[in-house]
Design a protein around this ligand. Structure first.
Ligand SMILES: CC(C)(COP(=O)(O)OP(=O)(O)OC[C@H]1O[C@@H](n2cnc3c(N)ncnc32)[C@H](O)[C@@H]1OP(=O)(O)O)[C@@H](O)C(=O)NCCC(=O)NCCS
Length: 185
């Protein structure tokens, strides 16, 4: 199967929001209140918010194109972390953040996520920073397994605010081959 991965542009904002509304709930623990999940989708994953991300310096969104729809997306952020728990946990610096990583359920288990990760690590490596980090919900065993398969290791914990409550995340990091392709490392 050919997997079409591209850098998203402003024209992709609406399709990214459609994909995000389907995939964000899959990353939430089963006991997450549906209204909090919906509020997060409405406020943080709207087409307008994607437009802001796509226009921002230091943020890049990659997407899997599947015909006219988007079947997965990742976002790399070049800002350095400010969260005290993250700073205390990371062993690498400076870093880029793998801020988002979501694949449509139609593509799970089919290699699409691996292809998106390879492209995302290549993008991160081109930043020249020695490391990449991410946060993942501690109950999201599938994502933790996927990230571990892709070279990330757990280095700490942090909390993620979803509405009025906090979720517990693992902090994971991996090295990047500075200035060259992660696939050729
Ligand atoms: C996380 C995600 C990108 C991974 O993509 P994928 O196509 O499912 O990944 P893969 O099939 O290559 O790998 C998943 C692994 O988890 C394993 N797995 C599946 N369900 C699992 C579970 N409940 N517990 C533990 N491992 C599990 C699979 O067996 C596989 O491991 P294996 O290759 O050793 O057999 C995708 O599932 C996704 O988008 N999920 C919803 C959004 C999400 O959670 N994003 C991450 C936010 S931090």
């Amino acid at each position: 199967m050919t997997i079409d991965i591209a850098t998203a542009t402003a024209d992709d904002a609406a399709a990214l929001a459609v994909c995000a509304a389907i995939t964000f709930p899959l990353a939430c623990p089963p006991d997450s209140p549906p209204e909090e999940i919906q509020r997060h989708i409405d406020t943080q994953l709207s087409a307008e918010r994607f437009g802001e991300h796509l226009a921002a310096a230091g943020r890049t969104i990659l997407c899997i194109r599947d015909g006219s729809r988007i079947a997965g997306w990742s976002m790399v952020v070049e800002d350095q972390p400010a969260d005290a728990d993250v700073l205390a946990a990371l062993t690498l610096a400076p870093v880029v953040e793998l801020s988002k990583f979501y694949v449509h359920p139609d593509h799970h288990g089919r290699g699409s996520a691996a292809a998106l990760m390879a492209a995302t690590l290549d993008l991160a490596a081109r930043s020249g920073q020695p490391g990449v980090w991410l946060g993942v919900n501690q109950e999201n065993l599938r994502a933790i397994r996927f990230y571990t398969k892709n070279g990330f290791r757990r280095v700490g914990t942090k909390r993620f605010r979803l509405g009025d409550r906090y979720e517990d995340d693992f902090i994971m990091e991996r090295t990047l081959p500075a200035g060259r392709s992660a696939r050729s490392a």
